[in-house]
Structures are given as C-alpha cells and as structure tokens.
Design a protein around this ligand. Structure first.
Ligand code: PIF
Length: 393
C-alpha cells in the first residue's frame, strides 16, 4: 500500500475510520435552547447530545499535539530565531484541525474524568483531567524525550445572536530540555459563525505572543487576522520573530488551515503544512485521521486505563456508534449522577481534589493546574485495576 492512510494504519494498527457517521441533527432547535437561556452562562445549560462530537475537551487538548514533529524539530534546531519560527508553526498547527469542526461541540467532561494518550510513533505520552466543573477547567500534560507540553484551559462564552465567541483563558507551555527553553503563549479567540442558521464556520482571531522565559534572545508575535467570509484573507496568520533589539529576524505568513511560510515571497520557505483529510470526512464530524484515533479503545488497553478514562464514557461511546437515543439517555443519567455526587459533597463539606493535577500560583499570581506526576507511576504500580477509583458512570 502506498497511500499514507494505508501506510499509517498498517504501521501503528490504529483505526482508519469511525464506526458510524455523524447523525443527522437538523431536528435540533438551537434557537429554542438559546432563547430559553438568554443571559445565562451557556456552560451551565445541558445541551442535547446531538450537538456533540464523540470527543471531549480533554481529547481536544490532545489534538493540539497532532504535529509534535515540529517540537522534535525545534528541539534539534541550534539557531534560536529559527527555533522560534518552528515553535510558531507548532502553535498555529494546533488550530488546523478545527477547520471542519464548526458543526459540533466537544463533550464537557465530568469532574474527575481523565484521558490518556500514548503515541509510540510520536514518542509522546499525554494525560488530562477535568479539574473543575463550574467553571469547566481542563488540565493536561505531555512528556517526550524532546519536549514537555502542558496547559490548563478555561473558556468564557459570548453569545452574540448570530455567532458565539469562545475566549480562552490560560497559558500554554512547552519546554525543550536540549536548550533549556521554556516557551509560553496565550490562545486566540475562537468564533463560531452562523450558530442558528446557514452554514456554520469557525474563525480564530487575535494576537499571540510566544516568549521564551529562559532567554530574551527573541520573541514571536502572531496575528490571526479577523476576516470575513468573502475576503481572501480568511484564516490568515501573519507574524514575525524579533530579536532583543526589536529587529525583525524572520517574517511568517500563512493560513492556519493551510500552512505556514517563513521569509518573503516568492522565496519563502514552507515550515508546516497540515496532513490530508480522510475520505468522507464531512460525514464523520470533520475529524482528521489523528482525531479519529483518539477515542479508540483497543482491548489490550482496557485493563490498563483508569475507569475514569473518557474512552469508557458510555454516552460518548454510544454517539460514536451512532446510537443517539442511548447517548441522550446516558448523558442525562450521568449528569444526574454527577449532580448527586456534588450535592453529597456539599452537604458533607468536602471539596473535590483532582487526582493527577495540583494547583499552583504562578509568578503573575494566577492559579495554574500542573501535573502532580503520579499518573504514570500509579499506572505501572499498583496499576489502576488494583486501586480504588472514582466511579463516574
Ligand atoms: C452540561 O454540559 P453540556 C452543562 O455544563 C450542565 O450545566 C451540567 O449540568 P450541571 C452538565 O453536567 C453538563 O454535562 C454545555 C456547555 C458545556 C463545554 C465547554 O455538554 C466547551 O451539555 C465549549 O454543554 C466549546 O456547552 C464549544 O461547556 C466549541 O462543553 C464549539 O457552553 C457550551 C457550548 C455552547 C454550545 C453552542 C453550540 C455550538 C455548536 O447541573 O452540573 O450544571
């Protein structure tokens, strides 16, 4: 086989497609839901499962790691300016999978829900946990020989009638031990257009600054240009790598769904381009190949994963299998269970403690969630199957 689909499916044995196409959700009246909840924080409204895709926000954070080969490349790049340009490509690549994803939203994980992802092919291990329910906060951490990646994500929603803005709060971090670098950056605003009618589409806009907190040799500024549906600058990204004196060393331009170039056209060099989409992706939630693989539950993993892993969440699994009725009733049942747990904890004055992440206060007095480094140790010994685990569903 010479198609890269067949090649990678063979090489790592991962599934090449979802078990069922996305269900038809044209009967969902989003307008009614939104009208009945005007002025309310939408994260406190239980949404019909038909609006969801069979991935949750923890798995979404993992999707930002589809192009870790860029981090590997950065870790092997001597020149700090070039290294920063590759970091910029990595930052932008994290948005590429959202291009075909305006149709649905991820599952909101239950408090204490986890997700692990081991990618031998990428040399990476990822772990995430939902550390807060209201407001929803997801924390994650990924290790590799070449880099460490972590972030915690919180959103604010702004509903504008025709569109909805998602304003992320938080900092993304990457360290490259080979150079002692610690990169930090913010995320841009995401806007879902035509929420109520017409063809939904996603836009990202705003500025990102990438800093290396361990060296002031250079910084990178990126602008995700706010366009409109008709203009050609849709999804455009522009930016530059600047040295200590403020002199531009590299110019960057491209589109977050198409690729990033460094230099000045026509001699600019392409630093990153997204992979091809799988066949019939429109029928399958617009998932990339990487996204398709995220919720796969291989038999040999069953006994190794904690029972809180998203792969065991029944409503999400039913939706993935195309069984919307069961997905809907299970979502309701699981949410009720969570409400009962919350009530019990409140009555007994118990505060929820995340299992694999701890809260720290950073240099800017902001609360951050970072790994407590217990997940992989416990997985190895005694093994989650030999431990007491929270039962979420
Ligand atoms: C439920 O989550 P939903 C609600 O939080 C509900 O309040 C809670 O009950 P409780 C339930 O336990 C939850 O399951 C609502 C909300 C969740 C996110 C963040 O899954 C992701 O039913 C946002 O959904 C990314 O959804 C959006 O928040 C990307 O999942 C597009 O706010 C939203 C999203 C708004 C949907 C607009 C549709 C666009 C396609 O009693 O415990 O409070």
């Amino acid at each position: 086989p010479n198609g890269d689909l067949a090649g990678s499916a063979f090489r790592n044995g991962r599934r090449p497609c979802l078990p069922a196409p996305s269900p038809d959700c044209s009967n969902i009246n989003l307008w009614n839901i939104l009208r009945n909840n005007i002025g309310k924080d939408l994260s406190k409204v239980s949404m019909p499962v038909e609006l969801n895709e069979p991935l949750n926000t923890l798995q979404h954070m993992c999707e930002e790691l589809e192009y870790t080969e860029l981090l590997d490349r950065a870790a092997d790049t001597q020149d700090p300016y070039e290294r920063m340009a590759i970091m910029a490509a990595f930052v932008i690549s994290g948005y590429s999978s959202t291009y075909y994803r305006a149709g649905s939203k991820p599952f909101n994980p239950l408090l204490g829900e986890t997700y692990e992802c081991i990618r031998e092919d990428k040399g990476m291990c990822f772990i995430a946990e939902q550390v807060s329910h209201h407001p929803p906060i997801s924390a994650c951490h990924a290790d590799s020989n070449k880099f460490t990646f972590w972030q915690d994500v919180r959103w604010k929603n702004k509903f504008w009638g025709k569109s909805m803005e998602i304003l992320p709060i938080g900092t993304v971090n990457v360290t490259l031990p080979s150079f002692g670098d610690h990169y930090e950056w913010n995320k841009v605003t995401t806007c879902v257009h035509n929420i109520l009618s017409g063809r939904r589409w996603i836009e990202h806009y705003g500025e990102i600054t990438i800093r290396n907190t361990k060296s002031s040799a250079c910084i990178c500024k990126l602008t995700f240009v706010k366009g409109n549906y008709w203009s050609s600058n849709v999804n455009e990204v522009q930016g530059f790598v600047m040295d200590q004196e403020g002199k531009v060393v590299h110019r960057l331009f491209g589109k977050w769904h198409e690729g990033l170039f460094c230099g000045v056209p026509p001699s600019a060099k392409c630093i990153w381009r997204p992979g091809s989409m799988p066949t019939d992706y429109e029928l399958y939630y617009g998932f990339t190949r990487f996204a398709i693989e995220l919720n796969e539950l291989c038999p040999e993993m069953q006994d190794l994963l904690p029972p809180t892993d998203a792969r065991f969440r029944p409503d999400q699994r039913y939706l993935e299998e195309g069984n919307v009725e069961m997905a809907a009733s299970e979502k309701q049942r699981i949410e009720d269970l969570q409400r009962a747990r919350r009530k019990w904890q409140e009555e007994n004055d118990i505060r929820h403690e995340p299992r694999f992440f701890k809260k720290v206060v950073d240099a800017n007095q902001r609360e951050r969630w970072v790994t407590n480094n217990t997940y992989w140790e416990l997985r190895k010994s005694p093994g989650f199957i030999n431990m007491e685990n929270p039962s979420l569903w």
